[in-house]
Design a protein around this ligand. Structure first.
Ligand SMILES: CCC1=C(C)/C(=C/C2=NC(=C\c3[nH]c(/C=C4\NC(=O)[C@H](C)[C@H]4CC)c(C)c3CCC(=O)O)/C(CCC(=O)O)=C2C)NC1=O
Length: 186
């Protein structure tokens, strides 16, 4: 598992190069923006159970065959496995966001997941739908701008946002990790 720092070392070593000015500048940025990153991780992690249950409920609403006999969220044992898997994915996305590097997500969560799902008959299009919903939720929580229309009574704001750009860079980075999950399953 790599983070932004160990990634810079591994990349430089592969070129037998010293850590150069551009690498150090990138790491300086990582440190300077570090508190925003921690807020972004916290925004996802402390809303995780709400995100997971809402994403899986949304996926099922759109495809109710999943909870009928023969569906992959039927019976309750599979429903529980599905909720657990969505929680696992979200957890690894937050780890990647904390590290600033996708390797923890790739190595410990996505490696072999497509094959596991194929063997178990877990429908990847439905999984992808749940991941897409979590991607949208994560963006809203990092921006601290959840939609009142979608969140209703569950609306929760963290109050820690740096308002000028609504953490656009971190939203894009988190989105890229969700996209990685989607492409690993597709
Ligand atoms: C740390 C990384 C890690 C991951 C990612 C992981 C995934 C994972 N999900 C599994 C099952 C499963 N995953 C699902 C998920 C779903 N079914 C649906 O219809 C939905 C589309 C979807 C939820 C969004 C289901 C239903 C099962 C059980 C399938 C079965 O036993 O028939 C299994 C088989 C073993 C088990 O049931 O526990 C694994 C290994 N395990 C891990 O250790």
């Amino acid at each position: 598992m790599l983070d932004s720092f160990s990634r810079a070392v591994v990349t430089a070593d592969a070129k037998t190069a010293a850590i150069g000015g551009a690498d150090l500048n990138a790491l300086k940025g990582f440190i300077a923006e570090g508190n925003k990153r921690l807020d972004a991780v916290n925004a996802i992690a402390s809303n995780a159970s709400c995100c997971v249950s809402d994403a899986v409920a949304g996926m099922i609403c759109e495809n109710q065959g999943l909870i009928q006999a023969g569906g992959n969220c039927y019976p309750n044992r599979r429903m529980a496995a599905c909720l657990r898997d969505a929680e696992i994915v979200l957890r690894y996305v937050t780890y990647a966001l904390l590290a600033g590097d996708a390797s923890v997500l790739d190595d410990r969560c996505l490696n072999g997941l497509k094959e596991t799902y194929a063997a178990l008959g877990v429908p990847t299009t439905s999984t992808v739908r749940a991941v897409q919903i979590m991607k949208a939720q994560a963006a809203a929580h990092i921006q601290d701008n959840p939609s009142e229309a979608l969140a209703g009574a569950k609306l929760r704001k963290m109050g820690s946002i740096v308002v000028e750009d609504r953490c656009a860079t971190l939203v894009a980075e988190a989105s890229s990790y969700f996209d990685r999950v989607i492409s690993a399953l597709s």
